[in-house]
Design a protein around this ligand. Sequence first.
Ligand code: PMP
Length: 284
Amino acid sequence: RIVYVNGQYLPESEATISIFDRGFLMADGVYEVTSVLDGKLLDFAGHSVRLARSLKELDIATPCSDEELLAIHRELVTRNEVVDGMIYLQVTRGNPGDRDFAFPGADVKPTLVMFTQSKPGMADSPQAKTGIKVISIEDIRWGRRDIKTVQLLYPSMGKMMAKKAGADDAWMVEDGHVTEGTSNNAYIVKNGRIITRQLSHDILHGITRAAVLRFAAEAQMEVEERPFTIDEAKAADEAFFTSASAFVMPVVEIDEAAIGTGKPGPVATRLREIYLEESRKTAI
Ligand code: PMP
């Protein structure tokens, strides 16, 4: 695989980052994951806007222009012959040459790393046909989940708790209400109405969420943005989640209770179809 590190395209075995990089020492960095279908990027504009926002919130310098960023994405897709898959991008505050809690000065340039992950046929994932199982866990993450930082230890632990319980993912709960999944935004459907938590510092502002809510509105589906409880989710007709890499994924079980018929519901199924169709149209 050819990867990108600070201006260079290199075989992955030759790519290196300093042990003093703040991304490594302090999780002082942000990331984006953009999907590729048929060799084209899905919602690149959405991801670059969110990246700029994450960087600004943390006062990390912008590593390059959006045009350059797009060019690197495309170059990696070409060099690695990615048809379907993902591009991972990470920007850290860089390498100050030592360990210090205080941020370094402007002379320390941010680190930019990008690599591809091929996933042939990812749009036809078998899980989308059967639906997936989630467990609920307490949300003990920090209070700025709207910033897409690389502090992913608790979401990783959540994923492991889910696996141990025989499930696929975990939905996190704070003050009795679902915030989001370990790496996705959470939704339920009741009487034809789509319910998902409103944007705030409590959740990541999903790029897929924004697209799906737009498509739902265009298809005259009713959407309500508010928090919901796990009990409400268990009593819902359907549940699903969204993310750039899984698109729209039906959830058929929460804490071992079947949701609705226990099979992917019509709303989630339809939204997945619309999302894939529409985002392929605007892919670049
Ligand atoms: N919430 C969290 C915590 C996530 O990690 C992700 C995916 N990175 C999402 C939501 C979904 O965001 P997107 O649709 O932009 O992938």
